[in-house]
Design a protein around this ligand. Structure first.
Ligand SMILES: *Cc1c(COP(=O)(O)O)cnc(C)c1O
Length: 543
């Protein structure tokens, strides 16, 4: 058994900027756990030399984007191999770079996952073709379908040469689905042969998140690979990558229980299960808690399930570890701004892509309430990027930044620019509270809140995605609302009620707070990690 895991983005470290957010980080964590667990897997993605952007916030609260050149040579080696894909009747050459992810693999030392990065920036290609893999999610539909063709078709051809023993092709999102068309050609159009080799993970219940292409465009760009019956496989009106992936996979899954249910409603008649996402525990536990777990539960490194019993760890050491991680975050914030944050105050963090459904500004809907509740007691840290073409998302960022500035004497709020793996590590380790207020059920899973639990922080979130499965209200975190969809007004009202309860608990009942911290670790981390997740893929989908 050997798996080829295809993903449009992979986030392994902040030094390799080939990711934008959740999907890429999840892919990176999947790969790291596969390496640790010695699961035979290789990964394929694109090499973006101007990757996803670096975010700057100007004095007016406006997001500015920078695209510095990424030189891959320090992180990966070019392979002496090229594959060719026919796009718009031209041969496009694709180079392949290889990066090894080593597993923690106690002593064995040889467990690793090869990650192959595909690159069209080669001298033999026409200038326009050299740019295909330049930017991540930067382009129009034409660039997008070209990128997906390079990933799917180019990736499949590269695998045939480099990894001849692949038994399962795992499409992480529909972006990679054109691999099925290349494979279909190999099997002379026998769909069952393709189906028996592919599995598919869908990642969003938001319809716009499922790529759809005009057939005219598809014919123009990848006409050489479209079978005669493409419409019966991918939809009558538009080429729907999700529908194509579902039709060409032996199994498919959503990324949380609720998301599995929603996906079955969106795509009736398909075999869609769910595997709830996780995070790579060794990557997302900060040094303070790592030291603590190493001291009291040394087996946690190979088996994060062991964190279910933390009774040996004294309260005082948990409090001290949290304080240390919080100090790191606060000192970074104070180096960026003159907000004068301290590690004494309850620190609430909100960091995610500035998409409308995530409702970053829900907590700002009643400022008077916030001023009264929080000025001396709470400090808020926001972060997140808006897609460069998402003007509404940029407005959200502006509103947050400008609210913090305008009311600096009534509200302690800072916006940390350039949310990436490094900023996320700092924030998830330092947060007392991780806030999430998506409009249900749009958050397929979410993972950032899991990182917080490994670091003794607590979640406060709408019961969407993973949190619906993890939350015991006021025992291991806070639930905003019940297990049902709410409008913004209801959600805001519940959010404020919970906030008040939370702030009161933090200051008036430190024993209760400590108990919630402990439960956040021992209830949640044993399950919500990628070791558990990858083993589920292995047992239920790969074998
Ligand atoms: C973990 C992580 C995410 C995913 O978080 P969500 O909970 O899905 O918002 C996104 N971006 C970065 C940089 C992360 O580290």
């Amino acid at each position: 058994m050997k798996v080829a895991y295809f993903s449009m983005e992979i986030g392994l470290t902040e030094n390799i900027p080939t990711y934008s957010g959740g999907l890429g980080i999840l892919a990176g964590d999947h790969i790291k756990s596969a390496a640790d667990l010695n699961i035979p897997l290789v990964a394929i993605t694109l090499l973006y030399k101007r990757g996803y952007f670096i975010q700057n916030i100007n004095p007016f609260g406006q997001q500015e984007e920078m695209y510095p050149y990424f030189d891959p040579r320090a992180f990966m080696e070019p392979l002496p191999l090229k594959v060719r894909v026919r796009l718009e009747g031209r041969d496009v050459q694709i180079g392949v770079w290889k990066h090894n992810v080593r597993g923690a693999g106690n002593g064995e030392g040889n467990s690793r996952v090869s990650v192959y990065f595909l690159d069209t920036d080669l001298p033999d290609n026409a200038p326009a073709d050299r740019l295909i893999t330049q930017y991540l999610y930067g382009g129009d539909q034409h660039t997008r379908i070209s990128q997906e063709a390079v990933l799917g078709i180019g990736g499949y051809l590269a695998m045939k040469r480099l990894e001849p023993n692949i038994t399962t092709y795992h499409m992480n999102e529909g972006h990679a689905v054109f691999l099925t068309l290349a494979m279909l050609k190999d099997f002379n159009g026998e769909g069952e042969q393709v189906k028996s080799r592919c599995i598919f993970t869908t990642h969003t219940p938001v319809p716009a998140g499922h790529d759809k292409f005009d057939y005219d465009l598809a014919r123009k760009v990848i006409g050489d690979y479209l079978p005669a019956n493409i419409k019966s496989l991918a939809g009558e009106d538009l080429l729907n990558t999700t529908v194509l992936a579902l039709n060409c996979s032996r199994a498919a899954n959503g990324v949380s229980q609720l998301h599995g249910e929603i996906s079955r409603l969106m795509f009736p008649g398909y075999n869609i299960g769910h595997i709830t996402n996780g995070v790579h525990h060794l990557s997302w536990t900060g040094p303070e808690f790592k030291k603590l777990y190493d001291k009291y539960i040394p087996t946690w490194r190979n088996d994060p399930q062991q964190l279910a019993d933390i009774s040996q760890i004294p309260d005082s050491e948990i409090v001290a570890a949290k304080k240390g991680a919080k100090k790191r975050l606060i000192s970074y914030i104070n180096s960026l701004s003159d907000a004068g944050f301290t590690d004494e105050r309850l620190t609430i963090c909100f960091a995610r892509r500035a998409a409308a459904y995530k409702r970053a500004t829900l907590i700002l809907s009643d400022l008077e309430f916030l001023f009264n509740l929080s000025y001396d007691r709470v400090q808020f840290v926001f972060a997140g990027k808006a897609h460069p073409q998402d003007e509404a998302g940029k407005e959200l960022i502006k509103q947050i930044v400008n609210t913090g500035k305008q009311y600096e004497n009534q509200l302690r709020l800072v916006f940390v620019p350039n949310y990436n793996i490094w900023v996320a590590s700092l924030m998830t380790a330092g947060a007392d509270v991780w806030l999430n207020t998506p409009r249900r059920p749009r958050e397929a899973s979410g993972t950032s809140g899991m990182k917080v639990c490994f670091n003794g922080g607590v979640n406060m979130s709408v019961l969407d995605g993973w949190w619906r499965e993890a939350c015991k209200n006021r025992v291991n975190g806070w639930a905003i609302g019940d297990d049902e969809d709410q409008d913004d007004e209801e959600a805001a009202s519940d959010l404020y009620q919970d906030l008040e309860d939370m702030v009161t608990t933090y200051y008036a009942n430190p024993r209760k707070w400590l108990s919630v911290m402990r439960h956040s670790i021992c209830d949640i981390t044993p399950y919500f990690n990628t070791h558990r997740m990858v083993l589920e893929y292995y047992r239920n989908y790969y074998r």
